[in-house]
Design a protein around this ligand. Structure first.
Ligand code: DX5
Ligand code: ZN
Length: 226
C-alpha cells in the first residue's frame, strides 16, 4: 500500500515581503501543506522564524502547517508553536536527549509528532520511537539553508524506513527535505518517501509557483505506483 503523495512547499524560499500571497499561491497551485523551517542559529548556523510567523501563516490558509524545528532544547517552545496553529511539529533526533518526553508533549498539545533526522543519522535509531510518530522527516541535505544539493546516499535510508513502517503496520509519513526538485523527486518517491518538502523548486525567480508545482505534479503522475 503506497501512502498518498503530498507536496509541502517550504516558505523559507518565499518572498517574505509578501508572505501571505506566496502561501496562497502554492495553495491555489495544489499544495497539500505549508512547511515552516525554524532555525535557531545553534543547531544549525542560520536563524529564521518563530511562532509569530506560524501564527501569521495560520491566518491566510486552511492548509496544515508542518513546522520543522531545527533547534536545540525545543521543549519550552512547543506550547507556543502549538498555540500559533501548528498542525505537525517535527523535532531533531540529534537535538533531543529525551525523545519519548518531547514527542509525547507534541501529541499532548494536539499536534502531529514528527522526528527529523540528519543525513548521517541511521534509520535504526528511529525504531525505538516509531510508535510515537506521525511523520519521519528525512533530511536529504544538511539542514540550515535552502537551495542545497540533494545527497543521494540518503536514498537507502528512506527505503529502510519505509520497510520499517510497513512492518509496523502503522500509517506514518516519510517526508524528505532538501534539494527536492524535478530531477530528484522520482528517486525519493521510488525509495518510499510520500511527502516532498520543496523550497527553491517551487519558490523561484526563474518560474512561477504554478509552473514549479505543475512540474512536480508531473513527476508524481509519472510514478509507476501513482
Ligand atoms: C533545509 C530546510 C528545508 C529547505 C528546503 O534546512 O529544512 O526545508 O527549505 O529547501 P530546498 O528545497 O531549496 O532545498
Ligand atoms: Zn525543513
Amino acid at each position: 500500500m503506497t501512502a498518498t503523495i503530498r507536496i509541502a512547499p517550504s516558505i523559507l524560499a518565499a518572498d517574505f515581503t509578501r508572505l501571505g500571497e506566496q502561501i496562497q499561491a502554492v495553495e491555489a497551485a495544489g499544495a497539500d501543506m505549508i512547511h515552516v523551517d525554524v532555525m535557531d542559529g545553534r543547531f544549525v548556523p542560520n536563524l529564521t522564524m518563530g511562532p509569530l510567523v506560524v501564527e501569521a501563516a495560520r491566518r491566510v490558509t486552511q492548509m496544515p502547517l508542518d513546522v520543522h524545528l531545527m533547534m536545540v532544547e525545543p521543549d519550552h517552545l512547543l506550547p507556543a508553536f502549538a498555540e500559533a496553529g501548528s498542525s505537525r511539529i517535527s523535532v531533531h533526533l540529534e537535538a533531543c536527549p529525551n525523545l519519548h518526553r518531547t514527542l509525547a508533549a507534541i501529541r499532548d498539545l494536539g499536534c502531529g509528532a514528527g522526528l527529523a533526522i540528519n543525513p548521517h543519522t541511521p534509520a535504526s535509531l528511529v525504531s525505538e520511537v516509531l510508535h510515537l510518530l506521525d511523520v519521519v522527516l528525512v533530511m536529504t541535505v544538511n539542514p540550515g539553508f535552502g537551495g542545497q544539493r540533494f545527497l543521494p546516499e540518503t536514498l537507502a535510508k528512506i527505503g529502510q524506513l519505509r520497510a520499517m513502517i510497513t512492518a509496523s503496520g502503522r500509517e506514518i509519513d516519510i517526508a524528505v527535505d532538501g534539494g527536492i526538485n524535478v530531477e530528484t523527486a522520482a528517486d525519493v518517491l521510488h525509495a518510499g518517501a510520500n511527502v516532498l518538502v520543496v523550497g527553491s523548486a517551487v519558490y523561484s525567480a526563474k518560474f512561477s509557483v504554478q509552473e514549479g508545482m505543475d512540474r512536480l505534479r508531473q513527476v508524481i503522475a509519472n510514478q509507476p505506483s501513482a
